[in-house]
Write a protein that binds this ligand. Structure first.
Ligand SMILES: [Mg+2]
Length: 123
């Protein structure tokens, strides 16, 4: 575990203090030597990750596929695309929408009940 964290730290160090344009997709601001270092650290992280999942008896491919499916349910693309908000924000929005809908239905039901009461009073 410590080896995995150490390698992740070595990878992070290669991105620390880099400008956004340098570390953009494809790493346009990196020299061939720096790109090679990133390649090696990514490989180190992957190898330790595979080793750790093997020691734990976890099918890493299946775990990754399950997590992707879970994230897809948590972060529906049509609501989340382009947003970095946490999943509870979307849940809160859904809850508020339900409460507003329920509130409208209750108000409508109260209105109907009020009409019934009035009819009874008039009779
Ligand atoms: Mg390393």
């Amino acid at each position: 575990m410590l080896a995995l964290v150490g390698e992740a730290g070595e990878l992070a160090e290669l991105f620390q203090w880099r400008r956004e344009d340098e570390a953009a997709p494809g790493l346009p601001g990196y020299s061939a030597k720096d790109r090679g270092a990133v390649e090696e650290e990514l490989a180190d992280v992957l190898l330790y990750l595979i080793r750790m999942s093997d020691v734990c008896g976890i099918d890493l491919g299946a775990a990754a596929a399950a997590k992707i499916a879970k994230n897809a349910a948590k972060y529906p693309a049509e609501r989340c695309r382009g947003s970095a908000a946490k999943y509870h924000t979307y849940q809160e929005m859904r809850t508020e929408a339900r409460q507003q809908k329920r509130g409208r239905e209750e108000v409508a039901a109260e209105g109907e009940a009020g009409k019934e009461d009035k009819k009874e009073e008039e009779q």
